[in-house]
Design a protein around this ligand. Structure first.
Ligand SMILES: O=C(CO)COP(=O)(O)O
Length: 271
């Protein structure tokens, strides 16, 4: 694994694009094709900086076919997963289905699931467990709303979400995990947390994992920042010691812009 401690990599950075409810399966194929052309043309090293896309469920089969058929080096995952195994759960998608479609990752506890669908930490915990049972790598999303931030309780709030979601998981399970810090007030608003804010929270998350699961688990944990990320702010956030990647919403729908975010190191060298 490559990665960084103050600019020297020791955890593989992950740049993830959450498409949310955008792009049908044909548009998905077009975007993934273009993205891989741009990155391949630019000699992007996918082992050095991992790239993953999170299309809607209905796109996943088409993305799988394209990625497998053309042997594209990018990963893909789902935006949500059912906590249930199988059965009478109309509209739900199981971890087993996602695993069968070649998904590497799955988002769990995204703030839009929390606010729009009433998901809480206990539900995130059940979904994490379901994902892990089927060999998916969960990306747990945590982060505070504006009121909590203004009250200065953002660190305790976010750590409580982390602890609730990880309840009962083993050290081994936590070691493989990715956690995305997405302050709700920065999502889709153009308002981006400063690199210092991202670093402060990622350091707090890592320290909490270290105190509960040990230094090794904390060292392997990848922490992403999400919330109004663009190619113009990506490099400065990723320069922070404890930020190992980005979870990108709107800007991941434009292949050129997303490719520029993936190639953040290029900006690190030039700016
Ligand atoms: O929610 C997000 C990614 O999961 C962030 O969305 P935006 O990048 O559009 O703010």
């Amino acid at each position: 694994m490559t990665s960084k401690t103050n600019g020297v990599y020791d955890r593989t950075p992950l740049i993830a694009g959450n498409w949310k409810m955008n792009l049908d399966h044909q548009q998905a194929v077009t975007l993934v094709q273009k993205l891989s052309w741009i990155l391949t043309d630019a000699d992007h090293d996918f082992e050095k900086v991992e790239v993953a896309v999170f299309p809607p469920f209905t796109d996943l089969r088409s993305v799988q076919t394209l990625v497998a058929g053309d042997r594209l080096p990018l990963m893909y995952g789902a935006q949500d997963v059912s906590a249930e195994e199988s059965g009478a759960f109309t509209g739900e998608i199981s971890a087993q289905f996602l695993s069968k479609l070649g998904c590497r990752y799955v988002l769990v506890g995204h703030s839009e699931r929390r606010t729009l669908h009433g998901e809480d930490d206990a539900m995130a915990n059940r979904k994490l467990t379901a994902a892990l049972r089927h060999g998916l790598a969960p990306i747990l999303c945590v982060g505070e709303g504006l009121d909590v931030r203004q009250a200065g309780r953002h660190v305790e709030h976010t750590l409580a979400q982390l602890r609730g979601a990880l309840e009962g998981l083993s050290t081994e399970q936590v070691t493989d995990m990715v956690v995305a810090y997405e302050p709700v007030w920065a999502i889709g608003t153009g308002e981006v947390a400063g690199p210092d804010d991202a670093q402060q929270m990622c350091a707090a998350l890592r320290a909490d994992v270290a105190s509960r699961y040990g230094e090794e688990a904390a060292a392997g944990l990848r922490l992403l920042y999400g919330g109004s990320v663009k190619s113009s702010n990506a490099a400065s956030i990723l320069r922070e010691k404890d930020v190992d990647g980005l979870l990108v919403g709107g800007a991941s729908l434009d292949e050129a812009e997303f490719a520029n975010i993936v190639r953040f190191e290029h900006h690190l060298l030039t700016d």
